[in-house]
Design a protein around this ligand. Structure first.
Ligand SMILES: Cc1cc2nc3c(=O)[nH]c(=O)nc-3n(C[C@H](O)[C@H](O)[C@H](O)COP(=O)(O)OP(=O)(O)OC[C@H]3O[C@@H](n4cnc5c(N)ncnc54)[C@H](O)[C@@H]3O)c2cc1C
Length: 304
């Protein structure tokens, strides 16, 4: 951010800190704007509203800009959290696995009411006290936010995430691997046989789901039991309950309707001399710099 500060200095731009804008009024007679703040008022020929979204209010963006724009006649589309962790119904799993971070897993998010795959990804994820988070999950949430009737589907427990803890191994190869492990550990109890295969935090949950007696000797586990174990490791199901609140979202989905903004100049089609830039606009994207790029590009166009 130093580069922006340096450029502002070079161009002698006056920056007024700790100065909350409370209202922007268009003065049609003077053809300018009165910008009211908690401290002082400004008059300006042109105004750019770049107050960000509603997510992560600790960074200053608490949704103020939506009201400023609404008062000037603009439409704000529905504001929702995006790139946001997901809550799950299975509370016990959260408790058991909290803090577990996976580097090479795959996730599928499925609408069970239509047997439809909504999202699939490979990468990193994290178990938390409320559910799941991490890059893959955040990206998945961006797809869920846009999914038709999502609130209803979540309420009716129709959205499932299916995690594959061993995506590099096919079902056959994982079965072979477990058979080899069991052969090596044949006199051990089942509860002590998965340490080489799975992270410690996950083992109690997998054992529970497998319905194999944890005290059972590994060499007496049946083929069906083993195949069921493989299936659980490759298709670990969690029912998604909700999005975490907007305060925890990386980005806000929704904002000033793009229909009301000239995309070349970012000028309002409703109020001449008024411009928008950044997350306040109803545009959002994946992580990976795309949202920052939206802010920079729209800021550049509006500034010009
Ligand atoms: C934790 C986190 C990680 C992120 N990681 C990425 C990433 O990896 N890649 C990516 O592309 N994006 C990422 N983002 C999103 C990205 O940071 C935002 O999309 C981008 O900063 C939006 O820029 P903006 O200028 O529109 O708004 P903001 O950066 O939110 O700036 C808005 C400014 O307006 C000020 N303001 C608000 N209301 C008023 C008011 N009434 N009066 C005066 N000032 C006001 C605020 O104080 C703030 O300084 C991340 C966001 C978060 C929270």
């Amino acid at each position: 951010m130093k580069c922006f500060e340096n450029r502002l200095k070079q161009l002698n731009v006056k920056v007024v800190y700790n100065c909350k804008v409370t209202e922007i009024i268009k003065n049609e007679k003077k053809n300018n704007f009165l910008v009211k703040t908690l401290n002082i008022n400004f008059e300006a020929d042109k105004v750019i509203i770049a107050t960000g979204g509603k997510s992560y209010p600790g960074t200053g963006s608490n949704g103020d800009g939506y009201d400023l724009a609404k008062n000037l006649g603009h439409t704000v589309t529905k504001i929702k959290p995006s790139l946001v962790p997901l809550e799950i119904y299975e509370k016990d799993v959260c408790k058991e696995c909290q803090g577990l971070s996976l580097k090479n897993a795959t996730i599928k998010i499925v609408d069970n009411s239509k047997n439809k795959l909504i999202y699939e990804d490979f990468g990193e994820m994290l178990f938390t006290h409320f559910g799941i988070s991490g890059p893959m999950v955040l990206s998945g949430s961006a797809h869920l936010v846009r999914y038709k009737n999502i609130e209803e589907l979540l309420k009716n427990k129709k959205i499932t995430s299916i995690i594959d803890f061993k995506p590099a191994l096919s079902i056959e190869k994982l079965d072979l691997r477990i058979r080899r492990d069991f052969e090596e550990l044949k006199n051990k109890k089942f509860k002590n046989s998965l340490e080489k295969l799975l992270p410690n935090k996950l083992i109690p949950e997998i054992i529970k789901l497998s319905k194999i007696n944890p005290e059972k000797q590994v060499n007496s586990i049946t083929k069906e039991e083993r195949q069921n174990l493989v299936n659980i490791i490759k298709n670990f199901k969690l029912t998604i309950k909700d999005f975490r609140p907007i305060e925890e979202a990386i980005i806000t989905s929704g904002g000033i309707s793009t229909k009301e903004i000239d995309p070349k100049t970012m000028e309002s089609k409703i109020v001449k001399g008024l411009y928008f830039a950044g997350e306040i606009i109803d545009v959002d994207a994946y992580t990976g710099g795309f949202n920052l790029q939206i802010a920079y590009s729209t800021g550049y166009a509006a500034g010009k």
